[in-house]
Design a protein around this ligand. Structure first.
Ligand code: AMP
Length: 458
């Protein structure tokens, strides 16, 4: 199968050649003819499958071949995305695939000034890639009207619902022309997504491609059970032990991101961070530096989890599990692309058992547990079944109470709290060996002595 046999026009084929795309991916093979023919599409495809080209190429073709030219404060194609990062990436794809086509593209998202976006919309655009909130703001201010929208694309629809954009989406749907083409792309198909699809799609072509990571047994995934407070040290231990030198690291909170980044920095790694409080240009810069290899370790919160376009990433480390199970799939979707082998390791504490169970239910497999010697969890992470059920440890039968006076047995003195608890070797080693200089505000509850860590990583 070639792109030419899918009926794409010459300028697009030339651009694809320049980008060195030789053969269409499965989602492209199915989506391109469907979109070209004007059909609605419902596609189960996640990042890494080539879904962006799956909708961008045929839409560019339709923009060139059909319909009136762009007019002021109007857009012909509207692509809704959950995050600004994804908005930038999708915009970039349109620019690359549509090179030389004389079409106008714009990405509009929140967190940056609205005025430049309003200015650019004055002349109108062929493709507007937008996050739902900002799009509605622009619409309310009459910077963009929806009456000329020919095609609506929902990219990562599940993520948009996860982020609480349902109301904004419904407002956009209500304002769009009823006569239009709608394409819905989602990594996962929950009941909410199906309900939304049923209300906005007309006789859609259904496309389902297996996520590259689900089929790629090349991705080795495992869980390391650990106590929460020991996570930072286990993380540093694993990184050093395995010689991991290029990884995307996910942490729940911004504080946690800063904490781990400081540890890595101190250990000699080139590190950068991405989180919600960081201005957009700084986030994009961090991503670029990571992609280029200038930064070895990119530590990020959930905000950054979706839509990062990083090919062939060998390693994802979940220091915290995501709250939403689908995010696990999206996170590890960044490894093992295009046939590369990948590793996805998750540090899981007892509190995260329900999240782990939800993830295992979603991916329909039990992730192997591999305790790390010296970091064994005192608070046990329960086992789960393949369907994600938490398997409760069978309770020990209670011993019948023997009245003290009658037993005549020697009574042990009461145990001191914590006396018999084993101190993990990890903590002992850490206490003796290294300090981070990050004694206060530790988001993982570790108290560290001051001092300099000896080992420096390459
Ligand atoms: P996406 O799933 O749209 O995020 O695309 C994942 C990555 O695959 C992006 O870096 C694309 O540039 C790349 N890609 C998409 N389609 C092809 C193709 N047919 N051949 C080679 N690379 C592709």
């Amino acid at each position: 199968m070639s792109f030419a046999s899918l009926g794409l026009i010459d300028p697009l084929l030339r651009n694809l050649q320049d980008l060195n795309y030789r053969t269409p991916t499965p989602v492209q093979t199915k989506a391109i003819p469907a979109v070209c023919s004007g059909r609605d599409v419902m596609a189960a495809a996640q990042t890494g499958t080539g879904k962006t080209a799956g909708f961008a190429l045929p839409l560019l073709q339709r923009l060139v071949q059909h319909g009136p030219a762009v007019s002021s404060n109007r857009a012909r194609v509207l692509v809704l995305v959950p995050t600004r990062e994804l908005a930038e990436q999708v915009l970039q794809s349109f620019i690359e695939y549509g090179n030389g086509l004389d079409l106008r593209f714009l990405a509009a998202y929140g967190g940056v000034s609205i005025n430049p976006q309003m200015m650019k919309l004055r002349k109108g655009v062929d493709v507007l890639v937008a996050t739902p909130g900002r799009l509605l703001d622009l619409n309310r201010q009459n910077a963009v009207q929806f009456d000329r929208v020919q095609t609506l694309v929902l990219d990562e629809a599940d993520r948009m619902l996860d982020l609480g954009f349902a109301r904004e989406l419904n407002a956009v749907f209500a304002a769009l022309p009823a006569q239009r083409q709608t394409l819905l792309f989602s990594a996962t198909f929950t009941d909410d997504i199906r309900a939304m699809a049923a209300s906005i799609l007309r006789d859609p072509v259904n496309i389902s491609v297996s996520p590259p990571n689900a089929t790629a047994s090349k991705i080795r995934q495992w869980v390391v059970p650990v106590d929460k407070k020991n996570k930072p040290d286990l993380f540093m231990h694993l990184v050093a032990e395995n010689d991991w030198t290029h990884a995307l690291v996910f942490v729940k909170t911004r504080k946690g991101v800063d904490y781990l980044a400081a540890m890595l920095d101190e250990a000699g790694y080139a590190v950068d961070t991405i989180h919600g409080d960081k201005p957009q240009p700084a986030r994009l810069r961090a991503l670029e530096r990571f992609k280029s290899g200038e930064v070895q370790m990119l530590v990020a919160t959930d905000v950054a989890a979706r839509g990062l376009d990083i090919d062939d990433l060998p390693l994802v480390i979940n220091v915290d599990l995501p709250i939403v199970a689908q995010d696990y799939v999206h996170r590890i979707g960044r490894t093992g692309r295009a046939g590369a082998s990948g590793v996805a390791v998750s540090l899981v504490c007892a509190d995260e058992a329900p999240q782990l169970a939800a993830i295992e239910a979603l991916i329909r497999q039990t992730l192997p547990r591999e305790e790390e010697p010296g970091f064994e969890a005192e608070h046990r992470v329960p086992q789960t079944s393949a369907t994600g059920q938490i398997i409760k440890k069978p309770k020990k039968p209670k011993k019948p109470k023997v009245p003290q006076a009658a037993s005549g047995a020697m009574q042990k003195p009461p145990m001191q709290t914590g006396e018999n608890k084993r101190k993990p070797a990890a903590r002992r080693a850490v206490a003796a060996d290294r300090g981070t200089g990050l004694s206060s505000g530790n988001p993982f509850n570790v108290q560290k002595p001051a001092g300099k860590r000896g080992k420096r990583q390459p």
